[in-house]
Ligand binder design. Sequence first.
Ligand code: ADP
Ligand code: MG
Length: 692
Amino acid sequence: MNIPELFAEDVFNDTVMRERLPKDIYKALKTTINEGKSLDISLANVIANAMKDWAVEKGATHYTHWFQPMTGITAEKHDSFIAPTDDGHVIMSFSGKMLIKGEADASSFPSGGLRATFEARGYTAWDPTSYAFIKNNTLCIPTAFCSYGGDALDKRTPLLRSMAALNRAAVRVLKILGSDATHVVPNVGAEQEYFLIDREMYSKRKDLIYTGRTLYGAKPPKTQELEDHYFGTIKTRVQAYMDDLNEQLWRLGVLAKTEHNEVAPAQHELAPIFSVANIATDHNQLTMELMKRTARRHKFKCLLGEKPFEYVNGSGKHINWSLSTNTGVNLLNPGKTPAENAQFLLFLTAVIKAVYLHQDLLRISVASAGNDHRLGCSEAPPAIISIFLGDELTSILDSIVKGETYHEAGRQYMRIGADVIPDFVKDTTDRNRTSPFAFTGNKFEFRSPGSKLSVAGPTTVINTIVADVLDSFADKLEGEKDINEAITSLIRETVKECSGIIFNGDGYSKDWEQEAARRKLVNYPSTPEALSHFADKKNVELFSRHRVYSENEMRSRVEILLDEYIKTIHIEARTMLDMANKDIFPAVTSCIRDYAESAKLASDCGAGAEYQTETVKTMSGRLGEMYMAYKALSELDESLDHYSDSQQAADFCRSVIIPAMEALRAPADELETLVGKKFWPYATYGELLFYV
Ligand code: ADP
Ligand code: MG
């Protein structure tokens, strides 16, 4: 396999565009891509035609506007290129109009009230900043998805808007610092965790099929306590899967780079090399899609849910985030000169302030039913947001606050607190894995997102909150005569104001929860609570100010997310009931009959039957408990239909249904340990996690 040759083979990227487009049109398109300038519609026909010729040569028969509705996955409706001719034949045709705008009868996509069903049509609009690509013989054109009123019905539109806001604000600040950068983009590297299990075993478990997570399952004799899976040798079968996946991703121009076993048995991770946020978002969506599709070929099932198994770690998606300029500077990279350091410290402080002021939004951006099982469970960061900076950087900031010169090993650091920031900052910062938002040398790593969440939502939040603070910095600094002094005091005041968000200790500890409460940090332990704060006044003002979300768009998102939460719990509850009724009760009763018969036969022979009778008694006891819990859950689940208000229904799920589900699971899990293997209806945790 020649990787450089195969890389991006199926992407209509810069190389292909340069080859196939007339020079002036290529240039115009490049300006649009690089500077966000809008594209002259008259050029679209030429671009469309070139795209079509290229795609058809590569065997494509269809095209689709590829978009990201608020379900969090991608959507596509395929149209073939064929157009009839007068003589009864067809030609392959694709016009600028078809490229730029599509109509999607999208009444089944969630809109949270933004689009009444009678005006069901939404439209999709080409995003020229993301490359088109070929997947399954279909030319996929990355598009935004909006209602006729112009409301964003997708995840891409707000992300692009937030990137524009961030660009405007960052360039303003850079101008004050004397930089000649004219464009700033957020970069994202999304580490993706996932589980691979045997497809045959998967296919017998309705909980995995319907909900993506196990709703029953006793603790196996071994879990992850030996820590022998993390970075362990990759199984041959898994390696073959990874090789296959990498090749497909490379063809699509995804920079798949790092792969390794994760902490939990059967858990793995894939990380690409970072790219511009909207591209990284597209690529992560493609990665998740291909992970699932490739698994089928290798007789695996890929689980992307946040918490498929109790007792072992869940899966996250770490969003590594930084800012870079069109002059090639990473603004979060500590520099070598005093000026670079002033710039670095200013941008670092802006992120600190943004996270401090908008902890709530970061928490809300990762809220989902699945992630509730993960956050704060000693395997993932707590629901409380804080920043890890490392001791070195924290003491540099401290010395700026105190107005002191920062001393380190006989060296002096002056001016903006630090003439030169020691190189080892990079090496000492990556240790703390319990922090939700960690500075890791030249980027921040947001570790709270769940594994199946789209990158778009959290990144939209980070971009917007940082843009807002940068704007306020620019307001303060513009027109200042002594810019060095102004920056130093701005950094000093900001760090003083926001130091409560910095926490370098163990985020998993109980003490931290109390300490965070003392610091008055936001703690929304569950999804319903988090979502109830999204459209708070502060947040509506913030997003409207930067034209990222209108108030309507925000309210619609709350509605959609609450609805998704309620449906998720509802499906889980019904799946548990179904499994109890169809699988577990019959298995347990058969086992009881078997043991009872054996006891009778034994006593007919005059032998003792202590084991059989004791076990029959215990099993019958648990079965009775399980049946009571079954009836209780069944009634509660029906009463969910009486709620018309989504927030109340979600609260009810959280406080009543989930505990009732746990009450049903407990006796069932105990029964699993008692009932003989030949009776138990599906694979146990041990079999699922430790397959060969
Ligand atoms: P770790 O597991 O130690 O956090 P990984 O190598 O698994 O490290 O992932 C780090 C991720 O961060 C990769 O996707 C990488 O490309 C990305 N990354 C590195 N530098 C930057 C940066 N400046 N901006 C954004 N992402 C970055
Ligand atoms: Mg990481």
